[in-house]
Design a protein around this ligand. Sequence first.
Ligand code: ZN
Length: 423
Amino acid sequence: MPSLPLLVLLLRATFAAPAAAPAPPTAPEAPAPPAASTAPAGEDIDPDGLLGGLAAPPAQPATAAYLAWAAGLQAEPHPEAGYRFLDELHAELAPVVAAAPGRVEPLLIGRSVRGAPIWAFRCADPLVAPGAPPPRKMLVFGAIHPLEWVGTEVVVEALLTCARQPVPGVELTFIPVLNVDGRRVVEGDLLEGRDRYRRTNAAGVDLNRDYTVHRDSRAVWRHLIPDRYSTSPAPLSQPESQALDALAAAERFDVALSLHTFGGYIYTPWAGHWERPPDRAELVALGHLMEQAQTGRPYRTQQLSHWAFFFRGCGMELDHLYAKYGTKAFLVELTRSGVSPFAPWTWGEDFRLYNPADPTPDVEGATRAISALARHLGGQARPHAAPVSPAKPPALPTTPMPWAGVQRALPKRPRPVAEPAPQ
Ligand SMILES: [Zn+2]
């Protein structure tokens, strides 16, 4: 059964639709003009020409460009001691990259709506010679939703763990923050003392309703609660989604974890249809493996569409990665919320709802789960998986070239997507 915080969230999202109304054009999440002055300090540094032209394929290391870019950032004091702000995060990762050439490599996988670079970090398989393909590949990414910060902390900790002790037999790729524009907006909120609910990128699109698979639901409930079943204006309409898709297409990951908050679940496909996925037994076994690696009260493995009889997630990353690339994909809802029934001052705080003041127990547990899954994967020698037929064959779009679509005009603003409990 869904927990109390989940039910509170669901009820609030269902009956308080105006709260998710689109921001006015002047709001922070509105698309910014392409002027360079809108970028935070340091984001114009581009010594290798990689950031501006996006000429590099997504999986090419960009170490020099990353280190120069990170050197231009300036970490500032902030009110959330348990979390890293973006500049702080890169100030911590840059020395690791510099100290471990060939072991931890930054990848420029795309740019956001506002032109900020989206960075991934590849932690090499220690048993594979440079340039040789690794036997297995695993992706861990966070912050597709900008208010959900625990996932970024988990990604960073898992990356640092891998940098210290690479996992034989598997190459890990980490994306700390996919929705970098949204993250900057939330950081601005916190610095200025605002508590705002944020879910979209800078174009006002929920990136986790922007993927290609299961965009149309057959559930009868879509007629009763249509906002629960809405998607973005078109599949892969946003540069952040295109960046993730291009990376997935190039790398063909065996396993992927998309980290969200909150709920305490390890969700498997499908999200958009009630039917069981073809690899259900293996997906559940991998979920249980992650559960067993956690201490305390472990998360529970479940198919996402079975969270509740009325729930479907249309156009989500989970089904996209599984159906299109055969990747065993999981959506992990970290924590059981930072809101406590014994702390009334937390009840109305959106940021705290998603982010406990101290995320350490969940970060440590999830990092152990990721390490256990990576070790398990590294012990296998099977070839990469093949694509999986979705429950309902989707009408796959003509995918725009990921490097060409970044600067084009954005589609009209979509109808806002209200917040379902699992995200
Ligand atoms: Zn989410």
